[in-house]
Design a protein. Sequence first.
Length: 566
Amino acid sequence: MDSILAGAAPVIDDGFPATKLFSQGYSYTYDDVIFLPHYIDFPADSVRLDTKLTRNIHLSTPCVASPMDTVTESAMAAALAHLGGVGIIHSNNSASDQSALIRAAKARRFPSLSDPIVVSSSDSIASVSEFGSSPCILVTKTGAKNSGLLGVVSKSDWLAMDDVNNKEARVSDYMVKSPVTVPSSYSFEDVAGYLANSKLDFVAMVDEGSGEVVDVVASADVERIKGYPRGGVPSLGADGKFLVGAAIGTREADKERLEHLVKAGANVVVLDSSQGNSSYQIEMIKYVKRTYPELDVIGGNVVTMYQAQNLIQAGVDGLRVGMGSGSICTTQEVCAVGRGQATAVYKVSSIAEQSGVPVIADGGISNSGHIVKALVLGASTVMMGSFLAGSNEAPGAYEFQGGHRVKKYRGMGSLEAMTKGSDARYLGDKEKLKIAQGVVGAVADKGSVLKFIPYSMQAVKQGLQDLGASSLQSAHDLLRSGVLRLEVRTGAAQIEGGVHGLAITLTMSSPITMVSEESTVEETSLHLKSTETSGSSHTERIPSSSLSALSRNAALTSSAKVFLVT
Ligand SMILES: NC(=O)C1=CN([C@@H]2O[C@H](COP(=O)(O)OP(=O)(O)OC[C@H]3O[C@@H](n4cnc5c(N)ncnc54)[C@H](O)[C@@H]3O)[C@@H](O)[C@H]2O)C=CC1
Ligand SMILES: O=c1[nH]c(=O)c2[nH+]cn([C@@H]3O[C@H](COP(=O)(O)O)[C@@H](O)[C@H]3O)c2[nH]1
Ligand SMILES: [K+]
């Protein structure tokens, strides 16, 4: 196919090669551009998505979780590594807390399935809602995770306690002391086998080294994970444990932080800044390479070839691209600086490719089509915030807002995030004026990343197949050779490319609001109703009886159904 079709210039010039499209003085983002299909001679399943995060780190899945405090802590990092991607643990905390999150992610051999509820022995349990969806509450020395396990209170035991006074007592008075545990080094199969043989509903996992409790695994979770689609080959570091990244800043104190992170086992470090082309960052890149020659360092963020060139010369092993394109970013409005993300990814990867430095397309991903666009325009991986923030694995608990089950998601440059962690960033100077470059919001519940990332990757494979690209490398070859043709979509073409003209539809396309398999039918219909009332002016009212029938049907057939009312 290559010699007959791909190599020959089209008889009639059709579409633009990337060099021409991106040199017209416009800043384009993903939605502005569209790829023209090419020629298929292989099945979608054979498309390979294996890639490089940095010069020396290979991944089987091109997905990276952003270093944000509402996105990536240990559960997300473990889940992404399990899927073949990687999570970068945020640094909006103390060096010891960040190190503990790295250790917790690396202490396990399969992703956490639930967020265990942990109390101290002097606490009491006021109501059954404190158990959440968990079958038990763990009691630890400090009352937090990553501490020694003292006992457990199972939900069924607590419910069976008929003496109300007893329930008001401290948990130390009735918890099951020194419960059976399994080592956190157990594989998924080991734990599944243990639970099946012991007929237990749940078991706590304890890190043999530190004695700290890492997780609790319920039999129901085991059944759920067995039903998830297969991800890529898990990402492991040279230590044989999950590959985990960590963010740091460019202050003097970050050098000390890095020492802790390296001791905790961080496999790659991201210098986290909105404008990476600074003397501070260049000095830090050189320091990291000098002090830890084995550790790969990712610089950024950059959006121009000039910025990229400077960081490449300083010695970065990877580049993070995006300024103001994130869903919670206000940088372009506040500072008038940044670039449309499609242009930024194309331009930076054009120069980075010449030095063999992989590019991470960071921000602005809200559907699988955006992932295809980022990867085909030259990126080796995509970094995501909002796309992952509504998942089970993101930090924080779900809340209900206006009938939606949501999780909080905030910019790291928002006032709220700055107030929490950035005293270091502002040198503890309380007088310094803080200008927010991000907002605080919430995103819809999407269920587990273990489920929706494999679906998204299958969609990416289909996108690459349409372009005639059987791997990311072949997509980049098509881009650079000019065989790949693009066009800019007019506003009307963008509307046409989305779902339009329907009263109601059940679809996998974007714009998406996912309802997780954990959502009950009642929650699902609630969600539909609220979407209906908050929808656009084209909304047609649908009797709630038919909505609930629709939602029940959808909830039964697929957990990743999308409900859209226009
Ligand atoms: N990708 C994006 O578009 C954006 C991302 N963000 C996120 O917000 C967070 C904070 O970003 P930034 O405010 O850019 O952090 P930053 O730490 O790079 O910059 C904060 C300020 O400190 C200065 N600075 C850095 N190192 C210094 C040193 N050693 N000595 C003296 N001054 C120094 C910087 O020049 C800047 O004025 C990050 O998580 C970042 O990813 C924020 C805005 C935009
Ligand atoms: O202008 C900004 N103000 C902020 O407060 C902020 N916090 C994060 N980021 C960047 O946004 C990326 C995540 O974007 P998405 O939600 O679109 O995936 C992240 O990966 C960051 O690059 C920020 N940008
Ligand atoms: K933005």
